[in-house]
Design a protein around this ligand. Structure first.
Ligand SMILES: CC(C)(COP(=O)(O)OP(=O)(O)OC[C@H]1O[C@@H](n2cnc3c(N)ncnc32)[C@H](O)[C@@H]1OP(=O)(O)O)[C@@H](O)C(=O)NCCC(=O)NCCS
Length: 579
């Protein structure tokens, strides 16, 4: 858990075709944010970074399904219209990046959001981030910096929640906390304007309810009453987690604006002394200088034995891995104790876990097992087998011989899975841009796109990955894999890669040139529909093929003469008869 955003949050970007919209979308994707599309009126049907662009959030929701969060890189003049569009389309959280938004517009957005149960962060916000999971807006800049600066909680562990009234200082607070060994659950820059969506007390309440947050860090400012309201929440027992705060603007005098529109002392309200006094009176820790904040946070965590504080070994580490954790007498894979997995979790499910970080349910685990079984061996003549046997015949070691086989797995052998998935994804994106969301509409749109494709392929002579086979006219593994995929809850209708594969198959059959989905196409479609990263697909083939290669290498070295001439075609099977 984290608050407001995580890796599963379905994010759209309004203003995605603009300068910042494009640049920031790339960075958000790089960090792992689940951006699924964008909106710019008049630019529907185009795409940015492979994501479909729609004319309105309503169109986006109709095509993509429910939208959880919208980041608006729309200038102040258009922000009200864009925000109302998102709220009308059912988006439940908006991040309003633009500065100089008229107060009156912010109030209208607040009214519309309130009526529809939506919330917003900003205006004039750098955004929100849940380290290690996702970012929405501009916090952290480049993905590599954000990864290096903000230390995420360990799986099952905790972090501190950061709430800041200053954009730049939200990143700095998170960075210096990280330097002091403090892990962070989420960072929220609430924005610096006078009228805001979520304010410090609202975000503190979210952190209070978040099991992954065990302390709340505040970068406050003079002006307004947000810090005083937080003090009241602490006093009334509604916020019980430790609060550690710094309040900027000590030197400001009454009537002077301190950097942000909302940071102004009016009469005796919103003074530095008033805020510090209120928070300290409620029991919060308030430091005098910003430089003292990280150590104060670390000190509070240390005194509570908190899991949000890194160990010395973790702090000394110059690189990190999220795959395995080895400690004396303990081995954990992606946070799961290996002894606990053994005997309970199948190999396929564990492969899914190590590649995605998530333990699948039983049906998906069974599907993963079937995927691995489907590729365990494809005969004695595919390149991987011939390469392994050839090297084995020289007297090479088992590891060298198997490695030779693995090295032959490339674009035209095994690598077709990734290519097929990427190809099907392009067809899906084209269909999504054409249609609304009903499965029947989608089937029609995919059929239209697939028919166009078949015409293009016929005239260009291009090969498409994942279709056709040199031996099988109906690949026996495809039907079984699709059947198991259905059992696991995947669909070959609607906006899925499996549906796209079916549409291509139908389009070829319609011109009397059957080109059935082969095992690579089926695997590419299913693995993509499982939401796995296409970069691991060829790896899954390698994992699956290794037992077959070991069997061939050992057979070669025990049955055959060294350095024999291996006929690449003429061979016969002499194993047990088929069951
Ligand atoms: C929001 C902001 C970042 C946009 O800047 P930008 O990307 O340079 O602006 P652009 O004009 O290039 O792009 C805006 C896009 O929004 C689009 N847009 C306008 N109204 C829209 C609407 N209702 N829905 C969706 N998109 C809309 C525009 O058409 C434009 O896209 P286009 O260029 O393809 O036509 C800028 O106005 C801003 O406020 N900057 C300050 C941000 C800041 O500092 N925040 C506080 C941090 S502490």
């Amino acid at each position: 858990m984290a608050i407001l955003i995580d890796q599963n949050t379905r994010v759209i970007v309004q203003g995605i075709t603009g300068r910042e919209g494009q640049a920031r979308t790339r960075l958000m994707l790089d960090y792992g944010t689940n951006v699924i599309g964008g909106v710019t009126p008049g630019k529907g049907g185009s795409s940015v970074l492979g994501l479909p662009v729609f004319n309105s959030c309503k169109d986006a929701a109709a095509s993509l399904g429910p939208l959880d969060l919208s980041v608006l890189f729309v200038p102040a003049a258009g922000i009200k219209e864009a925000a109302l569009d998102a709220i009308d389309a059912g988006v439940k959280l908006l991040v309003l990046v633009a500065d100089r938004v008229p107060v009156w517009d912010a109030m209208e957005i607040a009214k519309a959001a309130g009526a529809k149960g939506a919330k917003f962060v900003g205006p004039n916000t750098l955004g929100i981030a849940s380290p290690g999971r996702a970012v929405a807006g501009m916090i952290g800049g480049r993905a590599e910096s954000a990864r290096e600066w903000f230390k995420p909680p360990l799986p099952g562990g905790t972090g501190v929640g950061i709430i800041s009234r200053s954009g730049g200082m939200s990143s700095s607070t998170a960075y210096y906390c990280g330097q002091a060994g403090v892990r962070i659950s989420s960072i929220v820059h609430i924005g610096g304007d006078a009228v805001l969506g979520l304010r410090i007390p609202d975000v503190a309440a979210l952190f209070q309810d978040d099991p992954q947050t065990d302390a709340i860090v505040i970068f406050g400012e003079i002006g307004g009453s947000q810090e005083e309201e937080l003090a009241e929440l602490i006093t009334s027992g509604k916020v019980t987690k430790p609060v550690i705060a710094y309040i900027g603007g000590k030197a400001a005098t009454s009537g002077t604006r301190f950097s942000h529109a909302g940071a102004i002392i009016e009469g005796n309200r919103g003074t530095h002394a008033g805020k510090v006094g209120a928070l300290r009176g409620a029991g919060a820790t308030v430091v005098e200088a910003f430089g003292e904040l990280p150590q104060a946070v670390a000190g509070v965590l240390r005194s509570r034995g908190s899991k949000s504080l890194m160990t010395d070994a973790e702090r000394r580490a110059v690189w990190t891995t999220g795959v395995t954790r080895i400690e004396p007498n303990s081995v954990a894979v992606r946070g799961h104790d290996i002894a606990g997995l053994m005997g309970h979790t199948s190999f396929g499910a564990t492969v899914y876990l190590i590649l995605t970080g998530k333990l699948p349910d039983e049906k998906v685990g069974r599907l993963m097992d079937a995927i691995l079984v489907s590729s365990i061996d494809h005969g004695a003549t595919p390149p991987s087998c011939l390469a392994a046997r050839t090297v084995a015949s020289t007297g090479a070691s088992l590891s060298a011989s198997v490695a030779a086989g693995i090295m032959s797995i490339n674009r035209h052998h095994g690598g077709a899975i990734e290519d097929a998935a990427r190809y099907l994804a392009t067809l899906l994106a084209k269909a999504k841009a054409l249609t609304t969301n009903t499965p029947a509409d989608f089937t029609g749109a995919l059929d239209a796109i697939a028919t166009e494709e078949v015409t293009r392929i016929k005239s260009s002579g291009d090969r498409i990955s994942g279709f056709g086979h040199r031996i099988h006219t109906k690949d026996p593994r495809t039907a079984r894999l699709f059947e198991l995929a259905a059992v696991a809850g995947l669909s070959d209708r609607g906006p899925t890669h499996m549906a796209a594969a079916r549409a291509v198959e139908r389009a070829f059959a319609a011109i009397g040139r059957p080109l059935p989905i082969n095992v690579d196409g089926a695997l590419g479609a299913i693995l993509a529909d499982l939401g796995m990263d296409p970069r691991v697909f060829n790896g899954i083939f390698m994992i699956a093929r290794t037992p077959g290669l070991v069997a061939h290498v050992v057979e070669e070295q025990t049955r055959e003469k060294p350095m024999r001439r291996i006929d690449p075609v003429n061979h016969a099977y002499d194993g047990p008869s088929g069951k």
